[in-house]
Design a protein around this ligand. Structure first.
Ligand code: AMP
Ligand code: MG
Length: 312
């Protein structure tokens, strides 16, 4: 999934042999899901869906079915802000990042026509997916890491290591607090490093955490700055500098919600969030050089970061 994975487990020293096996199986599960879901790998089952005939149900693996179903549900609830069919547009913007040139209008139009979460149907009982328009490319980059982190954490829990944390490049599944602690302390960096005042730390357990934003991946063209997250309505990379952090019941939901809330305007985003019990968000925006922070009422208490900065 194009990212570094990290597993941290709080454990007694006499459990080390069992732990090694459990961690290996957790990483193996992530690697298996990567082979199915990656849009970076042309041979992944997800990428191969682009070549199936239009209008004909295609049998898919249970892993792909589960992820596509979750992504579709998230698209529906976010009214299309989260769009797993955004692939053609994402590819166009990846190319723009390489060339430094704006995508041509006709290419943008074609990619927009090929994207749209209503352009595919799933039959869960039959285990099939059907594509409805040509040129489609799925992209689960906004949800797959969180879901894979949840699965890896579940393996650790089942094997007797409930106090663990699985980090898939910032999409984090968090288990029970380490013994004697009230939670795992996680530092957030929602915006580029020249705004350390946005950094914050949280103490969390038994939840998922995700941060989306343009801190690291964006392209500057003709004085405009476009994020790697695409607004499905316009087909353009997002232009507002925004860092979205979501805490939710699990990392899959947190991951998808953080992406959706990057796209939606603030009010619509917080409305969407309320449809998920236990989901909370913090949105940091940069407007004319100054920082604005908005939080949902139940967002966990912000702790001092390692630098000792107190943030809003
Ligand atoms: P995240 O870092 O979780 O916010 O995911 C960003 C990734 O999700 C991008 O790199 C794309 O692969 C994909 N993506 C971009 N825009 C969207 C969107 N509107 N809905 C769903 N996924 C998207
Ligand atoms: Mg995401």
């Amino acid at each position: 999934m194009g990212t570094r994975w990290r597993i941290v487990v709080a454990v007694d020293s006499d459990e080390e042999t069992a732990l090694e096996g459990a961690i290996r199986r957790a990483f193996d599960r992530v690697a298996t899901l990567d082979l199915v879901l990656s849009d970076y790998v042309n041979s992944s089952e997800l990428s191969r869906l682009s070549a199936i005939p239009i209008g004909q149900p295609q049998s898919i693996s249970t892993d792909l079915l589960a992820n596509l179903s979750a992504a579709r549900e998230m698209a529906e609830i976010s009214e299309g802000a989260f769009d797993p069919t955004i692939g053609p547009l994402v590819r166009l913007w990846r190319r723009a990042r390489r060339t430094g040139l704006m995508p041509l209008p006709e290419r943008l139009e074609a990619a927009r026509a090929a994207s749209g979460w209503r352009h595919f149907t799933i039959d869960s009982n039959a285990g099939t997916v059907t594509l409805l328009v040509p040129g489609m490319h799925f992209d689960l980059g906004g949800i797959a890491k969180g879901r894979a982190a949840d699965e890896a954490l579940a393996i650790l829990r089942n094997e007797g290591f409930p106090s663990a944390l699985v980090d898939g490049g910032g999409d984090i599944a968090i288990g029970e607090a380490p013994p004697g602690e009230s939670g795992w302390r996680v530092v957030l960096e929602p915006l580029p490093r020249d705004h350390p005042e946005a950094d914050a730390a949280l103490e969390l357990h038994d939840c998922g955490l995700a941060t989306s934003g343009d801190a690291f991946r964006f392209v500057e063209i003709e004085g405009r700055r476009f994020s790697h997250i695409v607004d499905p309505r316009s087909g353009l990379g997002l232009e507002e500098s925004r860092g979205v952090t979501v805490v939710a019941r699990d990392a899959g939901r947190a991951d998808a919600l953080a992406t959706a809330l990057s796209v939606l305007d603030l009010e619509a985003g917080f409305d969407c969030l309320r449809r998920f019990e236990g989901a909370e968000a913090r949105i940091v925006r940069l407007q004319d050089g100054s920082l604005r922070v908005d939080r949902s009422p139940g967002f966990p208490a912000i702790l001092k970061t390692s630098e000792g900065a107190q943030v809003p």
